[in-house]
Design a protein around this ligand. Structure first.
Ligand code: ZN
Length: 489
């Protein structure tokens, strides 16, 4: 057990969106054990925890460790358990299994798209319980909570992905979903935008989501269409969640494609309206470019597309598709076909739309970073500090407390993560200390693997895991985090 640590005289931003206050916080073992105004934790309490190391946090913010609600770190936490891209941002928990894509329950040596977004090496878990065991055995530097992916369930159980599941296939998928919930999964994710899941109909989705609902889970979805057909796609997601009886999280909400720019003025009011009758939230990353596998149907000849990696042409990583097409003397679509399989960043959003979503009260922050890309979208290394630097400090679109809330307390509450995401006595000691004047993302599209500035110290389950001077401390204390009870707001 690590000795007790007293973080003294910092600005406590507790994750609940209540106003910051100046005070001390005592960590002992894996928990937060006391908080009080500066100097007011009494001697008896301090004595009770034995030798206490004091750290002066004057002028610094002390906040709950950030929760990255939208990740594809499923395999990364096993392959690269140091998890520096996340830990260095102050992230202490990642939610994996988003967009319908999860390792469990798929066992294969040749994962097909879109599962291959997770790399190729770790498809060896026939159940969520086996995945949880792998996480605990790897002891990643951050905690890991998991969604079961609907596309993964389809790939395991549906013989012809061009069709909706038969009754027998639905039953098989539902049985795996039950296993995942028994193992502590947070719920179900889907990615019916992707061809491999596009044929899923309402009965198929509801049959699986109902199992998550019965067990207190949530439903996170990458909706069918984020372009022209976004409104019916949002309605479909809400109807699926409502019929199944569980809370909905709309993944990486965006209005993609130039023809759709400005339409968050339609989507956000629709989401607000639907949220009057059911629980709905969304996640968002603070950039105008998205990133996913390379797809020729997303090539419109208008938006910029940056290649993040290509299996047949790895030398083209980091170059723009338009330049490659010109060099090859072909159309951009043809160039995309030749570069596949690969990944790309699509500059498909407009800043005012992103601003509206990031500052919306129903949104929380998820990076959607892709750790297996050679030259990843900078959100992998920078999303959380960027919210603080751009959205709070520079643009003033969020209050500091609100920005932190969207990365901590709201995330834990929406995803039913139990005693995390808030600085409260008795809660788990996932804590970040940062310099509010300095905190800044450094990762760019040109140079995407960069440490952020201003993240000074990070504790995971009470263990000091990262410092600005030392980077990784060498102590890794993450674990598989099981679904908890819903937290009071
Ligand atoms: Zn997605």
């Amino acid at each position: 057990m690590s000795k007790a640590t007293l973080l003294k005289n910092g600005w406590i931003v507790d994750g609940t969106d209540s106003p910051r206050w100046q005070g001390d916080i005592l960590l002992a073992g894996e928990r937060i054990v006391a908080l009080a105004k500066t100097g007011e934790i009494d001697a008896a309490t301090l004595d009770a925890y034995g030798p206490v190391e004091s750290i002066d946090c004057t002028g610094r913010v002390v906040a709950p460790g950030f929760i990255d609600v939208h990740t594809h770190d499923d395999a990364a936490v096993l392959d690269d358990p140091g998890m520096l891209p996340k830990l260095s941002q102050g992230v202490t928990t990642v939610i994996v299994g988003n967009c319908g894509i999860s390792l469990a329950p798929v066992v294969t040596e040749v994962p097909a798209a879109p599962l291959s977004l997770l790399g190729r090496l770790q498809f060896r878990h026939a159940s969520m319980a086996e995945y949880a065991q792998s996480v605990d055995a790897a002891t990643p530097a951050v905690n890991v909570a998991a969604l079961m992916g609907h596309t993964a369930l389809r790939m395991r159980h549906i013989s012809d992905l061009r069709h909706a599941a038969t009754q027998a296939e639905r039953d098989a998928m539902a049985a795996d979903m039950q296993e995942a919930m028994d193992a502590g999964a947070l719920g179900l994710s889907s990615g019916i935008f992707y061809a491999e899941a596009y044929a899923a109909d309402m009965p198929e989705l509801v049959s699986v989501a109902t199992v998550a609902a019965r067990n207190g889970g949530v439903y996170a979805t990458h909706i069918r269409d984020e372009l022209a057909g976004i409104l019916p796609a949002l309605q479909e997601a809400a109807a699926t969640a409502k019929q199944s009886g569980l809370p909905l999280v709309l993944s990486h909400h965006k209005c993609a494609g130039p023809a759709n720019w400005g339409r968050t003025k339609e989507t956000l009011p629709l989401i607000e309206e639907m949220a009057k009758g059911q629980e709905i939230a969304m996640d968002v990353y603070p950039y105008t470019a998205g990133s996913t596998v390379l797809r020729e149907d997303l090539v419109d000849g208008i938006i910029d597309i940056l290649i993040t990696g290509s299996q047949p042409h790895p030398e083209m990583g980091g170059r723009y598709l338009a330049d490659i097409a010109k060099e090859w003397g072909v159309t951009q679509q043809e160039a995309a076909l030749r570069l596949k399989p690969g990944g790309a960043c699509y500059f498909q959003m407009r800043e005012d739309d992103v601003d509206r979503v990031v500052s919306h009260p129903l949104s929380m922050i998820g990076s959607d970073g892709l750790p297996h890309d050679e030259r990843p979208h900078p959100r992998l290394w920078g999303a959380f500090p960027r919210v603080l630097a751009s959205y709070w400090r520079e643009k003033g679109l969020l209050r500091l407390e609100q920005a932190v809330h969207k990365m901590t307390g709201m995330s834990a509450r929406r995803f039913r993560m139990g005693e995390r995401g808030v600085l409260r006595a008795g809660f788990m000691a996932d804590v970040v200390v940062f310099d509010p004047e300095v905190v800044q993302d450094k990762a760019t599209f040109e140079s995407p693997k960069q440490f952020s500035a201003g993240i000074e110290k990070v504790w995971v389950n009470g263990v000091l895991s990262y410092t600005a001077e030392q980077r990784a401390t060498g102590q890794r204390a993450g674990r598989f985090v099981r679904r908890g009870a819903a937290q009071a707001a």
